[in-house]
Ligand binder design. Structure first.
Ligand code: ADP
Length: 335
């Protein structure tokens, strides 16, 4: 008998254009993992309602995220690529898990505190219980590995706590899910071009490189990245904003090119204009083929609908099987 593959689950919110952080933090791993694991990758449309209650753009954004994932190399025939809202059982599991999650621990979540700061006018219960819904998304497939960026580390720790609490109270059903990056490497954080925080869909658009950016826009954004007049002492530690530029180079530039600029920096003869020009061209070479592919997939609405249907079927099959066990374990079976 064929050995059962280990299970992988992750998701991305349809709240805007995907960017380099989503690619290197998440999608790059999705593409590798689909070869070896049983994979569930979802467009987290329900999660997006916590911060984006206006749904006029939702369908367009969902289609875009699907097209962007496929353009990056995700194969909907191999992985289940689906919409969160197409798996109704997730909302049921979310309800059960909410009874095992405490207000105090939810209020301490860093992402919750960030969101409260960003949207003080809309601190809803969905935002507070975001990590609970995320746990339901993951464990409903009994997933073991969750490919995500560094910003999600705390949520995964909470997911392990909730899964364990369920197991202790009602019986062993779930695995403890872990955040995953390729080859046990540290989780990735792609910095913003302004040197402050991470690249993100929702924050300052000029500091984030989107997979749909035109070549000229990529050059413009990279050339605006903050620098200074350069080091005056050999081997000076790099300030954060310079370190970020080198960090971005690590993602897309050739090792010998990086080594040359590192040496120039350490010898105090680096020209930041040249460094940024090089980074801009390497980014253009990396992003433009992905952009072209996104643009060729997006108009094919029939194909995108088929992808969603195929994904929903696979995801529902897995979720239904788990939920049967969950209802029985809780004792919600009377005849
Ligand atoms: P965003 O923060 O841009 O709205 P999501 O919350 O939808 O993105 O996250 C989707 C995935 O992309 C998650 O796995 C998240 O960890 C990853 N991710 C988002 N931004 C970055 C970043 N700057 N660096 C690394 N990974 C990131």
């Amino acid at each position: 008998m064929e050995k059962k593959k280990e299970i992988v689950m992750s998701g991305i919110r349809p709240t805007g254009f995907l960017h380099l952080g989503n690619y290197f933090g998440a999608i790059r791993n999705y593409v590798k993992m689909q070869e070896q694991f049983e994979c569930y990758f979802m467009v987290a449309d329900l999660h997006s309602l916590t911060t984006h209650p206006d749904t006029k753009e939702l369908k367009t954004n969902v289609e875009r995220v699907l097209a962007e994932n496929i353009a990056c190399g995700l194969n909907p025939e191999k992985a289940a690529l689906y919409c969160q809202s197409h798996v109704y059982e997730t909302s049921e599991l979310y309800l059960y898990l909410n009874m095992l999650a405490y207000k105090g621990e939810l209020e301490k979540t860093v992402t919750f505190k960030d969101k409260v700061r960003q949207h003080p006018e809309n601190v809803n219960a969905g935002l507070l219980t975001y990590p609970v819904l995320q746990t339901a998304d993951i464990i409903i497939h009994k997933a073991k590995y969750v490919p995500v960026g560094k910003d999600q580390e705390q949520h995964l720790e909470m997911a392990r706590n909730f899964a364990n609490r369920f197991n202790h109270r009602y019986g062993e059903i779930f695995h403890e899910p872990v955040a995953y990056n390729d080859n046990n490497a540290a989780l990735v954080k792609v910095p913003s071009l302004d040197g402050a925080g991470k690249m993100s869909k929702s924050e300052n658009g000029m500091s984030t490189l989107f997979l749909s950016d035109e070549d000229e826009m990529i050059r413009k954004k990279v050339m605006k990245a903050k620098t200074d007049s350069g080091p005056t002492q050999p081997n000076t530690p790099k300030p954060d904003y310079i370190d970020n530029i080198f960090g971005l180079m690590q993602l897309v530039s050739a090792p010998e090119v990086i080594a040359k600029f590192e040496a120039d920096y350490n010898n105090c003869n680096i020209r930041y204009g040249d460094l940024k020009k090089q980074l801009a061209e390497d980014m253009v070479n990396f992003i433009s083929p992905i952009r072209e592919k996104i643009n060729s997939i997006l108009p094919d609405k029939k194909y995108l609908k088929e992808v969603m249907e195929m994904g929903a079927e696979k995801a529902n099959k897995s979720a239904n099987a788990t939920m049967k066990l969950v209802r029985e374990a809780i004792g919600l079976k009377y005849y």
